[in-house]
Each structure stands twice: as C-alpha cells, then as structure tokens.
Design a protein around this ligand. Structure first.
Ligand code: PLP
Length: 380
C-alpha cells in the first residue's frame, strides 16, 4: 500500500471528480445528447482561451495539434522561423522538416528566455518567413517566453504567430484574441487535469483566411473540416467521447475555482518552490522561470537520477528529471492543474529526505519552512 503524488510537468493528477465523470456507459456521438455536451464544452474552452472564436478538439496527444497547426498554415517549402530552446522547440523544427518546410532557427541556450528583438531582426532579414513558432512554456527547460511581446512584433508583419501553449494554458493567462496570436496549440494532460488523449487548436481570423490556400497534405488534421463540424457542435470524426465528458468536468471545476484564482494559485506555488529551493541552496535552471514547471539544478556531489528515483521509490513523489543535454543535471517539478499547497510541502519534505540520503548538507526543514512561509505565512 503506497500513496502516490504525481508532480510531473505532465501527465498530471486527475481529480476523482474528473475520473468518475468518465466512468459512465458510452453515448453515441451523432446524437443531440453529445452535441449539447460538446456545445457546453466549447463555451468553457472559449473562456479558457479568452476568445470569441472556436476551439478545435482532436483525439490525439498534444503533438498531433502541433502537426495540425503546421499542415493547416503552410504550403510546400515555406520558410518558417522557429524558437528553439529545448525539446519542444526542437519538435516544431522536426515536424516542419518532415513536411519539407525551410526552418530558420533562433537557438536559445537551454534554460534561457526568448529575446524578442531576435524575432524582430530575423523577420526583417528574412521577409519570406510565413510563420513564427514558439513555446509559451518550454517544459523541458522550465523556461517561459514572452508571448504577448512576441505577438506585438509578429502581428505587424505578414507572418503568423503559432504558439505551443500546451503546458501554459490554464496556468497563466493567455489572451488569444487581445494579444493578436494566430494559432494556439493545447493538450489535455497538463493543466486541464485529464488523462492524455485530447489536443486543442485555435486560429485567429487572419490564420483562418490563410488556411484556405495552405497546400500541405492533411486528412485527419484538416482544420477546415473541423471548423465546419464545430458549427453543428460536433467533430468531423469520432470524438474521444469519454475524455470530452472528463473535459467538461475539469473545465467546470476550473471555472468554479475562478480563472484568476487559478492563475494566482499557480504563481504562489511557483514562488513557494523557488523559496524552498533557495533555502536548500539549489539554483534555478532557467533565467526566465516558468510558472508551469520549475527546474532545479542538481547540486554538486548529488546524483540527479538517483534523486528523482528515490523520490518516487521511497516517498511516492513523481517528478521529472532532465532530458538530453541536461539529463541528471536538473530535476523538474510541475505545478500544473490539480496541485495545491500541501503537495508542495510533501515535495519538499521528500526532497529533504532524499538529499539527506546523499549526505547533502543542510538543516532538516529549511526547504519545507521556506515554502510554508510563502504558502501559509502572513503575506500569503
Ligand atoms: C507536453 C507538451 C507537448 C506535447 O506532448 P505530447 O506528448 O504529444 O502530448 C508539447 N509541447 C509542450 C510545451 C509540452 O509541455
């Protein structure tokens, strides 16, 4: 018998309300019953995306909607600008190259934030660029990029701004309409507190217009077919009916909690993690820290892979290690979705236990205490 705490930057804990709402006999999707439910889900998705425009739902992991964003907005051999500062920036590049696009890269040292002027300069020197692709939160390095400022620059050009907001949606505000973003990609297993299996895609009016002449091949991920189906409150192909039920529950839970309360809570959890790590003399990996996930630099003399493993095996706390070039060098804690103050206290208590096991020098409780001060203190 062991209690588990899932604090990874995706997949995340799903509340029992969400899980139970999916434990029901299936309904048929070509029925008024499904269409009514889907219409309600649409309304809630619009609140989440802060938009008046439709949000497409696919039955795929988040990468599916990234691919959909690319194939619906481009034609053969289009030049594109890609912000590449981690695994997910690399993924924009890999999908683009798979479809024969011609990417120009803005390479950011892992952990760094985007310098928005680099986008401006790249667009000036490459006037043929058709789109700019970036992450809002680059989950692999725990860095957050300034989407609002980037959009101010890109919206003045002919290029579209395509944002992977998979790990940022529902964590920080994302003003799809007001910020003049063109395409937004989302996924279910991050802050939406659902199992993996749904992805989301949103287009500006400008992107929808350009979509009509985009000639890259596509079939399932045809956004125009989905937009047409959405007018009838349904999807072009069989939707993931069960996950849509769960999505309705999770969005209702978020709405009832209050969108702004949710954003405030997430920020507070981030600050508590920063304070706890600082008290333990553990540095942040990112110079532009994300609210969705925090990466700590594994201190000298500590085995980072063992640390992540011990947390799981001894204390039941699942976090993520680093990938590729930072494997064993960083650890990542997610504050996405159904995570609250108590989870952070548990995390630090377990982290201290694991650090002591590797003879790291500190006083018991300093990490927990510093986090508690932010979470429960007078100024909390
Ligand atoms: C999780 C995630 C993805 C999507 O990954 P899937 O495994 O395909 O769901 C893409 N981008 C970011 C920033 C992510 O955090």
């Amino acid at each position: 018998m062991k209690k588990n705490y899932l604090l990874a930057p995706g997949p995340v804990q799903a509340p029992s309300e969400v899980l139970l709402s999916m434990a029901k006999p299936l309904i048929h999707h070509r029925t008024a019953q499904f269409e009514e439910k889907f219409a309600k889900v649409q309304k809630l998705l619009k609140e989440l995306f802060m938009t008046q425009r439709p949000v497409i739902t696919f039955a795929s992991s988040g990468t599916g909607a990234m691919e959909a964003a690319i194939v619906n907005c481009h034609s053969a051999a289009d030049e594109v600008l890609i912000v590449r500062g981690g695994k997910f920036g690399e993924r924009w590049g890999e999908i683009s190259e798979a479809y024969g696009l011609k990417p120009v890269y803005i390479d950011i040292k892992w952990g760094g934030g985007l310098n928005v002027e680099d986008v401006e300069n790249a667009l000036k020197s490459n006037p043929n660029i058709k789109s700019v692709m970036m992450q809002y939160s680059e989950t692999s390095t725990a860095a957050m990029h300034d989407v609002e400022k980037t959009a101010q620059i890109v919206s003045k050009t002919n290029a579209l701004l395509i944002v992977d907001a998979i790990s940022a949606l529902g964590v920080v505000p994302l003003k799809s309409d007001d910020w003049k973003i063109d395409v937004i990609v989302g996924g279910s297993q991050k802050s939406l507190m659902l199992p993996p299996g749904l992805s989301f895609l949103w287009f500006s009016e400008r992107a929808e217009e350009k979509m009509k002449s985009a000639n890259l091949p596509k079939y399932y991920f045809n956004a125009q077919a989905e937009l047409k189906a959405l007018k009838k409150n349904t999807t072009a192909y069989t939707p993931a009916i069960t996950l849509i039920d769960g999505l309705y529950t999770s969005l209702m839970m978020m709405k009832e909690y209050g969108w702004q309360n949710l954003y405030d809570k997430n920020k507070k959890l981030m600050k508590a993690i920063h304070a706890g790590l600082d008290a333990l003399n553990i540095k942040l990996f990112s110079s532009s820290p994300s609210v969705s996930v925090t990466a700590g630099v594994v201190p000298e003399g500590i085995d980072g892979e063992r640390l992540v493993n011990d947390l799981k095996e001894i204390y039941g706390v699942t976090i993520a290690g680093g990938q590729d070039e930072v494997k064993g060098k960083i650890f990542r804690v997610g504050t996405l979705g159904y995570v609250d103050s108590s989870d952070i206290v548990v995390f630090f208590a377990a982290l201290e236990g694991c650090l002591k096991k590797q003879n790291y020098s500190f006083e018991w409780g300093v990490g927990v205490g510093a986090a508690e001060e932010i979470l429960y203190g007078e100024n909390s």
